[in-house]
Write a protein of this length. Structure first.
Length: 129
C-alpha cells in the first residue's frame, strides 16, 4: 500500500505518497492499521492506495551451451546499478549467423524418413516459424 502523508520538507498544504506499507488489520469499514517504516499508525481508506511493483524480465532460449549462440525471445533493459537479478551475463553483439542454425537445420533427416516428402517439408516449415 501507499500512504498519503503530509510533506515535511515544504508547506503543510502539500502531501506525498509514501511506502510501500503493509496493512496489519482493518479497524472498521474505512479505517486501517498500517505499518510504515516499522511504525504502526491508523489511516482512513482515502489516504491509502494499492502499490504495484514493476517486474522486468529477460528470457533466452539457448541453441547450444555457448553464449555466442543464444536467441533472445524478449529483451528488457537493466540498469548497471540494479542488483535484483544477481549477476547478469551479456550476450555478445554479432551480426553474423555463423553459429546460429534454424530449427529445421538441426534435425537429423534420418529421423524423419518415415514421413512422406510433403510431410517432411511441412514439418520443417513449421519448425522455422
Amino acid at each position: 500500500m501507499l500512504v498519503l502523508m503530509p510533506d515535511k520538507s515544504s508547506s503543510h498544504l502539500f502531501s506525498r505518497w509514501s511506502g510501500p506499507a503493509s496493512v496489519i488489520r482493518a479497524r472498521s469499514t474505512y479505517s486501517y492499521t498500517v505499518e510504515l517504516d516499522d511504525v504502526e499508525r491508523y489511516f482512513h481508506a482515502n489516504k491509502l492506495r494499492k502499490f504495484y511493483t514493476k517486474v522486468d524480465s529477460v528470457m533466452c532460449n539457448s541453441l547450444n551451451e555457448n553464449l555466442d549462440s543464444f536467441r533472445v525471445n524478449m529483451c528488457a533493459i537493466i540498469h548497471e546499478s540494479d542488483d535484483d537479478f544477481g549477476e547478469m551475463l551479456t550476450i555478445p553483439e554479432s551480426t553474423e549467423r555463423t553459429n546460429l542454425m534454424l530449427p529445421s537445420e538441426q534435425i537429423d533427416l534420418t529421423t524423419i524418413v518415415h514421413l512422406t516428402v510433403e510431410q517432411q517439408a511441412e514439418l520443417l516449415q513449421l519448425l522455422d516459424k
